[in-house]
Design a binder for this molecule. Structure first.
Ligand code: NAD
Length: 499
């Protein structure tokens, strides 16, 4: 069993209360690590350290190239420790080993990308402001200050790098709170950051629970911005807490993404795509394609092919490379998902696959749910409106493209969407009418650190990734530099100033 402490002001320290919590392997319920439990007092301490590092430390004024080199060193170290991090992510989060390998690789790759962003000068001229020769005008991007980053459990290390990378690249200092369910790889990242030689207090990582450490971060007056990824319900709470000081917020929240298959789709591709969209990481993805909208012209054949494939999915030990679906993150999540399955049956949807817990005795200690497909779903049912965050696909049929678009948009969420068709132009026209932050055409889950990602409607506020995501971690300053050099030529000379 591993042991982890809080990382505050460049040191690994126990929680002030001395309390710890256990992080559990969702496959066998063994303890993966005993972890110091950050309380509000520890969160305050971490914020004070980050504030000092921003206000008095070298970080925000450090040459961009130096900040960039430190981020690159983190990327390299993640790669070096790759194997260990993969095994730890599998044990701590129930991620299949195939997904975990991809996650660790992508964590290193995105840190490398953010290190390049750190070297960019984002200053831009403002053209056409006033007459030529009067003044020079620049838009300057400066760090916001202290960023509190709060992340969920579904992509633990990747989320940590997705928050730390751009926040640090822009020159902010950070307090990161990983999920209490998956703190381990973020704390390994703390060790990596420590070894890389970041100035004290620039990065602070405090594992703990939402209502204790998390709320303190959202309300603490020394925090300038909260960057949150998690459920819409908690996102709203954080926004309310942050409102008191009008803190900046970006919120990456839930989804119920519509996956539209047109009658002219390549069915081999679309069936596999629908499977991947829904069942990747047991459906525990914010952008999971959990509402499958099928053209009635192809729905019978599509469902038959889909069910054949679902029947072949292997649920099992996440460390086994042949496993397609591992356990859900916790007993609570398992019960929640089973509750939705019960609800779907009550609402009159038909279970076409799964619907329960796997019976194999070697899975008895894990928090498993069978890959489940509901057909005969109506979009107004709870199982089609609420985010289940588990392996439960709802299939809805439509007759016309207008109807498909209306169904897709009839949701409080607007995170992702997809269109499968052999005709890109047709798919593009539909994509333009979908109220979602990302639309994939003949693809799914492709999220890149280079392209903005985020939600319409209650899926969030702001965007992550790319230059747009970097700018979310900056304040914008207009710099006006006079070039006239003489008071008589000033346009305001004849207004109030006595001659
Ligand atoms: P969650 O909202 O329960 O928790 C997320 C984080 O917030 C955790 O660190 C948790 O400790 C913290 N938290 C909980 N209550 C808090 C409070 N009152 N104050 C401050 N912090 C608090 O979400 P989860 O169950 O960990 O993750 C699943 C959710 O995350 C899903 O809704 C999913 O869609 C969403 N998600 C969104 C994205 C995205 O990019 N849009 C990505 C991944 C996950």
């Amino acid at each position: 069993m591993r042991e982890y402490q809080l990382y505050i002001d460049g040191s690994f320290v126990p929680a002030e209360s001395g309390q710890t919590f256990d992080s559990i392997n969702p496959f066998n319920q063994e303890i993966v690590a005993r972890v110091s439990r950050a309380s509000a007092a520890d969160a305050k301490k971490a914020v004070v350290a980050a504030r000092r590092a921003f206000d008095k430390g070298p970080w925000p004024l450090m040459p961009r190239e130096e900040r960039s080199a430190l981020l690159k060193a983190v990327s390299d170290k993640i790669n070096e420790k790759g194997k260990e991090l993969v095994a730890l992510e599998v044990a701590d989060s129930g991620s299949t080993i195939r997904k975990a390998k991809e996650d660790i690789f992508l964590s290193a790759r995105s840190m490398n990308y953010f290190s390049k962003l750190a070297a960019l000068d984002l200053t831009e001229p403002v053209e056409g402001l006033g007459k030529p020769g009067f003044s020079k005008n620049l838009i300057v991007r400066e760090p916001i200050g202290v960023v509190a980053a709060i992340i969920p459990w579904n992509f633990p290390l990747k989320m940590a790098t997705w928050k730390l990378g751009p926040a640090l690249a822009a020159g902010n200092t950070v307090v990161l709170k990983p999920s209490e369910l998956t703190p381990c790889t973020a704390l390994e990242l703390a060790q990596i950051i420590h070894e890389a030689g970041f100035p004290k207090g620039v990065v602070n990582i405090i594992p703990g629970f939402g209502p204790e450490a998390g709320e303190e971060l959202a309300r603490n007056p020394l925090v300038d911005k909260v960057s949150f990824t998690g459920s819409t319900a908690v996102g709203k709470k954080i926004m309310a807490l942050a409102a008191d000081q009008l803190k900046k917020v970006t919120l990456e929240c839930g989804g119920k993404s519509a996956n539209i298959v047109l009658h002219d789709a390549d069915l081999d591709l679309a069936v596999d795509g629908a499977l991947y969209a829904m069942f990747y990481h047991q459906g525990q993805c914010c952008e999971a394609g959990s509402r499958l909208l099928l053209s009635r012209k192809i729905s019978a054949e599509f469902i038959q092919r889909l069910l054949e494939k679902v029947g072949k999915l292997r649920t099992g030990n996440p460390s086994d490379p042949s496993t397609d679906l591992g356990p859900l993150i916790s007993r609570k999540q398992q019960e929640r998902v089973l509750g939705y399955i019960k609800q779907g049956k009550k609402e009159g949807a038909r279970i076409a696959a799964g619907g329960g817990v796997p019976t194999a005795h070697d899975l008895a200690n894990g928090f498993f749910v069978q890959p489940t497909v509901f057909t005969e779903v109506r979009n107004e049912m709870k199982i089609a409106q609420e985010e289940i965050f588990g392996p439960v696909l709802t299939v809805i049929q439509y007759d016309t493209e207008d109807e498909a678009i209306a169904l897709a948009n009839d949701s409080m969420y607007g995170l992702g969407a997809g269109v499968w068709s052999r005709d890109n132009e047709r798919a593009l026209k539909i994509a333009g009418r979908l109220r979602a932050g990302t639309v994939w055409i003949n693809e799914w889950h492709l999220i890149s650190e280079k392209a903005p990602f985020g939600g319409y409607k209650q899926s969030g506020i702001g965007r992550e990734f790319g230059i747009e995501g970097l700018k979310e971690y900056t304040e914008t300053k207009h710099l006006h530099i006079d070039e006239l050099g003489s008071r008589e030529k000033k346009p305001w000379y004849d207004t109030v100033v006595p001659k």
